[in-house]
Design a binder for this molecule. Structure first.
Ligand SMILES: Nc1nc2c(c(=O)[nH]1)N[C@H]1C(S)=C(S)[C@@H](COP(=O)(O)O)O[C@H]1N2
Ligand SMILES: [Mo]
Length: 317
């Protein structure tokens, strides 16, 4: 891969080497949590939001395929978060006052050590790594995002799944007073639920994200903590998680309940299997002209295809 001269990249992007994780960012992240808390207390979260992209940092300016990072402003202003609205351009404004502190995640179900974690505990317990991943929405657009977070496997090992645990079920906050979509979009079965098979959840690519571009997540991106599974369609990346359960049966996600013929459990990115209403063969990379070919497993086949050996690819959807 060609090295980019520092003069060719925006100043906030410190170019180190690919796959190099931010180290010592624990203190940074802890201070950002304190900053957010202070903001929440003083009621001025909009100040942090306005400065978010001016102060953007990432240790890599491209992913392992050489795809450049999507502009920070696009990542924080073009969102899917149906708890607020179905209109991608207005999520940020409607979500900006979501109370994200205090916040706890209850981890339980078929585990030996069920526990409720405060979000600050997770930041303290696990190194926050930078992971540059492509995000491919089922609506056929995509971005490249420098996430901060930690492997979900680390948290699962803490709670120790029992031998009966086969799947992981995730749940988003249910709070219609703060999330008006949970009332106005009454067609959906709130709260938003997603799930993974246990081996998918334990895979090193699967992370819980607490930040992006060097800062703690903004509400529109799923603050304070959301799932990121880069080889699956975007809707699997459940936001603003309050509950994680280890379960024996395959969970029914919000999208499976809403439209079972359109959204399946696995939802692995697959250019060969069309959505019933549109092709999945190509995608629009936000910030680029023209379209790109969609890659099997969103380009992560080498890492994850073995998880699905013997399964019918069409079942993926
Ligand atoms: N709780 C919740 N999580 C969600 C969604 C949602 O509506 N509610 N939308 C999903 C979809 S369709 C996509 S493409 C991604 C978008 O993440 P982003 O806005 O951070 O880019 O979030 C996913 N996670
Ligand atoms: Mo999506």
């Amino acid at each position: 891969m060609e090295k980019i001269r520092s003069s060719e990249i925006t100043p906030e992007h410190l170019y180190l080497s690919r796959r190099k994780f931010i180290k010592g960012s624990l203190a940074l992240l802890t201070s950002m949590f304190l900053f957010n808390e202070a903001c929440a207390r003083s009621g001025v979260p909009s100040v942090a939001t306005e400065q978010f992209c001016d102060m953007a940092t990432a240790s890599q300016n491209m992913d392992e395929l050489g795809d450049v990072l999507t502009d920070c402003e696009d990542i924080i202003n073009y969102n899917n978060f149906y708890e607020f609205t179905t209109s991608k351009e207005t999520v940020a404004g409607l979500a900006k006052d979501l109370r994200i502190s205090p916040w706890t995640i209850q981890v339980g179900g078929l585990v030996k050590n069920p526990k409720t974690y405060a979000i600050e505990d997770l930041a303290r317990m696990f190194d926050q790594e930078e992971r540059v991943y492509r995000l491919r929405c089922v609506e056929a657009w995509s971005m490249v995002i420098p996430w901060l977070g930690f492997p979900l496997a680390k948290l699962l090992k803490e709670v120790e799944p029992t031998s009966e645990a086969k799947y992981v079920r995730f749940e988003t906050l249910f709070d219609p007073e703060q999330m008006r979509g949970q009332t106005t979009l009454h067609y959906y079965d709130w709260p938003y639920v997603e799930g993974l098979r246990l081996d998918e959840a334990m895979h090193d690519l699967t992370i819980l994200s607490t930040g992006l571009y060097g800062h703690t997540l903004l509400p529109q991106n799923g603050a304070p903590i959301r799932l990121v599974v880069p080889w699956k369609y975007g809707f699997k990346n459940i936001k603003s998680i309050v509950k994680i359960d280890l379960v024996a049966e395959q969970p029914v996600s919000l999208w499976m309940a809403a439209a079972p013929s359109e959204y399946g459990f696995y939802a692995n990115v697959n250019p060969k299997v069309a959505h019933p209403r549109w092709s999945q063969a190509s995608e629009r990379r936000i910030g680029e002209f023209g379209r790109r070919e969609t890659l099997p497993f969103n380009g992560y086949a080498e890492e994850v295809a073995h998880l699905y050996e013997g399964m019918d690819l069409k079942e993926f959807f």
